[in-house]
Design a protein around this ligand. Sequence first.
Ligand SMILES: *Cc1c(COP(=O)(O)O)cnc(C)c1O
Length: 381
Amino acid sequence: MQFEDAYKEVYEIVKPKYKLFTAGPVACFPEVLEIMKVQMFSHRAKEYKQMHVDTVERLKKFLEVEKGEVLLFPSSGTGVMEASIRNGISKKGKVLVTIIGAFGKRYKQVVESNGRTAITLEYEPGKAVKPEDLDEILKKNPDVEAVTITYNETSTGVLNPLPELAKVAKEHDKLVFVDAVSAMGGADIKFTKWGIDVVFGSSQKAFGVPPGLAIGAFSERFIEIANKAEEKGWYFDVPRYIKVQNEKQGPPSTPAMPQEFGLNVVLRIIEKMGGKEKWLAMYKKRSEMIRNGVKDIGLEILAEPGYESPTITAVLTPEGIKGDQVYNAMRERGFELAKGYGEGIKEKTFRIGNMGYMTSEDIQEMLKNLKEVIDELKAKI
Ligand SMILES: *Cc1c(COP(=O)(O)O)cnc(C)c1O
């Protein structure tokens, strides 16, 4: 390397200093980082096309997309949130946004900033959406075109009962849009069986790939609606994406090639680990270890019992201790957790993610340090 100094100057700033238990970006498998170093080439070359087709096929299998399309966007996950509204909801059309935390609120903003109308079904932090409430509000609002659901609410560590909620929405013949950004890769998704119309995720969460790539799956019904939609913009025009993918085995604009290659490596790692069930069991086990460890320390979890997230845990701090204090003290010990996030809970929670590359030993070590940190902070009250 001729300009090694340039590299070193940047490396000094960004070099890894912490064990990550973040909400994303998360730590990546070394195999993923290794493939992302390859020299670039044209995205219209046959080697890229081969990779793209293979990645889409593997994702269809992982997400159980039997009917519909999987697309890869060079954006973060929120891009596909916007795509769902612009392609799937008529001008000024009405959307029922279910809100159990900060990311449900974002969906509402996306609906409204695109000139559509949002009505909401909202719960206090820690709670999940209940199917009977959804049924009731849909009975009262027959003109709703779609229901949005945050599968895993990253701000509160709650996993919504997606199959049950999608079933209710389908009984009312509504479109089902699912923000699965912190769930995809960490919780099961049976796209066609559950009757989902749009589901999206991001590379930098439970797949453990660097940020910059969004994954979206779209049902046949959604695509039919999108084909007729007006003024859906250019960048997130779903029918255009499908047409170009069929003709050129890639997206209309330049893809996030390194991230796609990294994601392909992860999908192969999943296969080599024994498949989706084994991989998801690993996530469940990690999150259980964290919840049990946190309870052993004497701390409480925000999520209501039965709806705990397999990818992130929001922990309530003891009286007199702020979430940021725990976050900062853990950082000093070399562990990066996630700060509390969202109205009303930011101060009194911190979060422990278990997405991406980590071992059981890492989790044990983190919990041991967390216990010491809590003891130290308690002694100072
Ligand atoms: C992280 C996250 C988002 C935002 O994803 P981006 O990739 O940053 O756009 C949206 N929803 C949920 C549930 C998330 O966890």
